[in-house]
Each structure stands twice: as structure tokens, then as C-alpha cells.
Design a binder for this molecule. Structure first.
Ligand code: BGC
Length: 348
């Protein structure tokens, strides 16, 4: 079968090539791929900046945002042939650490977790893939191809859960949520937050086009420019850019008792602002800065529900490009008008 593979940490090594059929040891459920979405992490792996091949191998099958159809449910799963499924990304570490031991691999403490398509296990950008029944999540069939947006939604569900959890340390009734960055994660964050009845604001660099339109279509408010220029102090900031200056501005701008949740993985620092000044703003306003990565089964369950409640037309506008697997090079390129690029392996 064909798969999109890469030699991690070596830029320019992505190939669409023949590999053996998935091994039954990878899981008893056999799935035919419908689609795999591309995210910043895939691009970073393709650029040689991230990613690990399975032990003893040099190449990794890419892809962690999946949608497929069960072709063989195997002997002991509750799935039926034809079910739409998506694969949970992370597997617990083998020790296991206390969090992995209780089913919270997303909170793994020793870093020995593995992740499909990212860290030591093959991903989902292959014509067929196998999965353990407990890591396959049934996708609402009404979502169709939009089910490929499930994984990024799980990341947001976890982030928002973190925000509410840390907010409970004191009396707190958050009303305003600012999302920084109107990429797929930011827009999904805005969509999910709007379902929660919050006053949602989204800030991005662009001044016109699809991103502002999508934000307004949610009934949310779009801003461009600096976080510091906003005319209000958000109770919650979901930071989805990973850009040092935006993070610094967010910590400064968030309201007293507020929470800044960092979801973007950036690099480099802030040359223009002293760390102690950023910290002082947090201290004097009792703010919390919380990092959030990945998601566990509970978040996958909730994400399915929230995705099903978002307007389908709105969701479909998030996917700005469909590419064939053989055109992986274009799929992994970031174009200015892209929001979410989906590699389509088959029809729903
Ligand atoms: C994925 C997460 C993963 C993280 C770090 C993200 O792109 O969505 O599932 O934990 O990368 O590897």
C-alpha cells in the first residue's frame, strides 16, 4: 500500500511510497483511510525540526489528524464495518508514570509517551492503518469528511478544560474569551467557546478575508493589531500563535484573576520585554499561565459532541484545500490563504 513517510530530523525526505500492509500487532481494527489533515507539527516534521521514527526504523508514516472507515472490526471491538473512526494520537509511557497509569497520557510526566505520526509510532497517512479498539473513536457519521477536524478539536477541548480547572481556585465567572491566532486551532477554539456562551474575540494579523469572515459568522468579534490595544481585559486568553511578543502581550493584558492558556509551540524569545515585567503583571493580578498539549479519551468524547454542534457550513469553510496524497509536497506547504489543508485518500 502507499503511504506518506519521512525520515525525521532530515529536511526534504518526505515521500509517497509503497510500504507493507499494517501489521496486526498495530491493532485489531483495520481501517481504510479517508482523509488526514495537515497541521503545523506535520510541517515541522517535514522540515526536519521534530519527529521520531519507530525504534529500529529510519522512516515514520506521517499524520495524526485522521478519518477512516472500518473495513475489519476485528474479533473484540464494538465497531462495525463501515463505521467512521479517528485515531487517538498518544499512547502511555511503558513505566508508566502516575498520569499514564490512570489514563491521562496527555499529562505524561516522564516524556516517554509515544504519538502516532509524531513520536515512534506510524501515523495515519497511509491507505490503510490499524488501531487498537480502545484508541479508535467513532466519529459522528453526520460530520462526514469534517470528522477529520476531530483531533484538533480535542486539543482545544483539553485546553478549555485546563482553563476552567485552574480558574476554580477562586470565585470566578469568566465572560470574555480572547483567542490569539485565527488558524485552525484558533478558529476551532472560537467555535467551541461560542458554544459555551462566552463573549468571544479573535485576534490575528490579517485585516480582511476568510478569517475575519469566519469569526464574524460565529457572532464573535474580530480584531487585528496588538493585544495591548484591545479596549477590554479578557478573562481568558487562549494563545494559539506561539509568538513571543503575542504571549508577552497576552500575559500583560489578561484581566485580574484571569487565565492565559498557551497552546502554540513556537521558538525564540521576546527581545523587547523583560521576563520579570511579564511575571510582575501576573503576580499583581493573580493570573495563571497554563500550557496545554494533546488530549485524552475524555476530550475526544467531548470533541465529537462539540464538533457535531457546530454549523457544518462554517466547519467546511475551515478546510481551504484538499490535496491528493501524491501531491503531499503542496499539502505540506503553507500558503497565505490556507486555514486547514486535508489530504484525501478516499471518499466518505
Ligand atoms: C498534536 C498533539 C501532540 C503535539 C505534540 C500536536 O500537533 O495535535 O496530539 O501531542 O503535537 O507532539
Amino acid at each position: 500500500m502507499k503511504a506518506i513517510t519521512v525520515e525525521p530530523k532530515k529536511p526534504g525526505t518526505v515521500r509517497f511510497e509503497d510500504i507493507p500492509e499494517p501489521d496486526v500487532r498495530e491493532g485489531s481494527v483495520l481501517v481504510e483511510a479517508i482523509a488526514a489533515a495537515v497541521c503545523g507539527t506535520d510541517v515541522e516534521i517535514a522540515e526536519g525540526k521534530y519527529g521520531w521514527a519507530p525504534p529500529g526504523k529510519t522512516r515514520l508514516v506521517l499524520g495524526h489528524e485522521s478519518l477512516g472507515r472500518v473495513i475489519d472490526p476485528g474479533p473484540n471491538s464494538s465497531f462495525k464495518k463501515g463505521d467512521l473512526v479517528s485515531g487517538i494520537v498518544r499512547r502511555p509511557d511503558p513505566v508508566p508514570c502516575p498520569n499514564c497509569a490512570v489514563g491521562e497520557a496527555d499529562m505524561c510526566r516522564n516524556g516517554q509517551y509515544t504519538e502516532r505520526g509524531i513520536k515512534e509510532i506510524h501515523g495515519f497517512m497511509s491507505e490503510r492503518w490499524r488501531i487498537e479498539p480502545e484508541y479508535a473513536v467513532k466519529v459522528d457519521p453526520a460530520l462526514g469528511i469534517l470528522g477529520v477536524l476531530l483531533e484538533p478539536t480535542t486539543v482545544i477541548i483539553k485546553a478549555l478544560e485546563q482553563v476552567l480547572a485552574v480558574g476554580q481556585r477562586a470565585f470566578w465567572e469568566p465572560k470574555t474569551v480572547l483567542v490569539t491566532g485565527a488558524g485552525p486551532i484558533g478558529l476551532l477554539a472560537a467555535g467551541v467557546a461560542s458554544l459555551g456562551g462566552y463573549e468571544v474575540h479573535v485576534l490575528d494579523r490579517v485585516e480582511s478575508g476568510l478569517k475575519p469572515d469566519l469569526v464574524r459568522a460565529l457572532g464573535a468579534t474580530y480584531h487585528s493589531g496588538s493585544v495591548l490595544d484591545l479596549g477590554f481585559e479578557p478573562d481568558v486568553i487562549v494563545e494559539c500563535t506561539g509568538v513571543g511578543s503575542v504571549i508577552g502581550d497576552s500575559v500583560q493584558k489578561v484581566g485580574a484573576g484571569g487565565v492565559v492558556c498557551l497552546t502554540g509551540v513556537g521558538a525564540g524569545g521576546i527581545a523587547s520585554r523583560a521576563v520579570a515585567d511579564v511575571a510582575a503583571a501576573a503576580v499583581l493580578k493573580n493570573n495563571v499561565i497554563v500550557g496545554s498539549v494533546n488530549a485524552n479519551k475524555r476530550h475526544w468524547y467531548k470533541a465529537n459532541d462539540r464538533l457535531g454542534r457546530l454549523d457544518r457550513k462554517w466547519l467546511s469553510r475551515l478546510i481551504t484545500r484538499y490535496e491528493k496524497p501524491e501531491n503531499f509536497k503542496y499539502a505540506l506547504e503553507r500558503k497565505p490563504d490556507d486555514i486547514k489543508v486535508v489530504i484525501q485518500f478516499g471518499e466518505v
